[in-house]
Design a protein around this ligand. Structure first.
Ligand SMILES: [Fe+2]
Ligand SMILES: [Fe+2]
Length: 195
């Protein structure tokens, strides 16, 4: 695989970017950049303060930073995470970011659980979960996802619930097990919708 190790690192307070320890392919980097662009658009439209926008973007740049790392590296940073690289790269990237000095619990939880969901997420986790799915580079359901991306700033809770429902339905249809955090995540969203 054609891997690159990025050497750009942002001192805190500057615009977030890929950490020096990242291992990502060019295609992965392009995905991360599209997620960052979408999140920046939402932050602009929603009028969030720069400090909050900075948290959202830190999570974006960290979330797939070890997505293309060798299995041994993922195991070293996330020894207790279950399954393959698809489920291990979030916990591994969060652990690596924490070792690198990231202390924001919301940012770390967003990165750690971005593949599975977390009931206790603050806005960082919710934004990342949605933008990771809605970025325009993915092939499937382009028009539906583009509409959801447009709706997000005005109805983030509704869009989050729709995306979770779609992703979980697909996982169940594939016969996959749902991790415990995913079940709690969905139950929280379903209860909010019913209440
Ligand atoms: Fe990921
Ligand atoms: Fe991603």
């Amino acid at each position: 695989m054609n891997l690159i190790h990025e050497s750009r690192s942002a001192p805190s307070g500057l615009r977030p970017t890929l950490p020096v320890w990242s291992v990502v392919s060019p295609a992965r980097l392009a995905h991360i950049e599209r997620v960052a662009t979408l999140v920046s658009q939402w932050a602009e439209e929603m009028g969030v303060p720069d400090s909050e926008r900075n948290r959202w973007l830190r999570a974006v740049w960290l979330h797939d930073a070890l997505r293309d790392a060798p299995a041994e590296e993922l195991e070293r940073w996330a020894p207790s995470a279950l399954g393959n690289a698809a489920l291990r790269h979030g916990p591994a990237s969060a652990a690596r970011a924490k070792a690198d000095g990231e202390t924001d619990r919301g940012v770390l939880d967003a990165v750690r659980y971005h593949s599975v969901g977390l009931a206790e997420w603050d806005m960082v986790g919710r934004v990342l979960y949605c933008a990771d799915y809605l970025e325009p580079g993915r092939e499937h359901a382009r028009e539906d996802r583009a509409r959801q991306a447009l709706r997000f700033p005005g109805d983030s809770g509704g869009v989050l619930r729709e995306i979770a429902r779609t992703r979980l339905a697909r996982a169940i249809a594939s016969g996959w097990q749902l991790p415990d955090p995913t079940v709690r995540f969905w139950n929280t969203l379903a209860v909010r919708a019913a209440g």
